[in-house]
Design a protein around this ligand. Structure first.
Ligand code: SF4
Length: 142
């Protein structure tokens, strides 16, 4: 599959994950659903600061949007420090973990959430990671 097409599919799947989490939380509390959506958006933008700014291929980012936002932040040089990687994991955990508490009551949404997550991971692992030139990334195979 074309890298950009796969990257855009991955971005779309990530957006589906957040929207599914938002719907699941909103079924219990509309306020917390919106709060989750806003916090997830902030976390995603912070990932572009912590991780993507040090990516050597951000000008040709296969996911398009993160690379575009990363170029707005002040330039940073790699490699990633332990705190960069830990912070990135924490930011993704803030996006992924809170909806689980609510989604468990809605099996359809819960399964859809994890199908999107798993497909995004497979798409990256199978089609993007093998040729990715971000040599600082822990998943880089170059
Ligand atoms: S390719 Fe680089 S800029 Fe794009 S999402 Fe991955 S790390 Fe961020």
């Amino acid at each position: 599959m074309n890298h950009i097409a796969c990257g855009i599919v991955g971005l779309f799947l990530g957006i589906c994950v957040v929207l599914t989490g938002t719907v699941g939380i909103s079924m219990n509390s509309f306020f917390f659903g919106i709060l989750y959506l806003i916090i997830s958006g902030i976390c995603a933008i912070l990932v572009t600061n912590v991780f993507c700014t040090k990516c050597p291929i951000k000008t040709s980012c296969v996911h398009v949007l993160p690379g575009f936002i990363a170029r707005i932040w002040p330039e940073k040089k790699g490699p990633y420090t332990t705190s960069d990687l830990l912070l990135t994991i924490i930011l993704f955990a803030i996006i992924i973990l809170p909806p689980q508490v609510f989604l468990i009551a809605y099996p359809g949404l819960f399964v859809f959430f994890w199908i999107c997550m798993i497909l995004a991971a497979i798409c990256s692992n199978r089609f993007l990671c093998p040729d990715c030139k971000n040599q600082f990334c822990p998943f880089c195979r170059k």
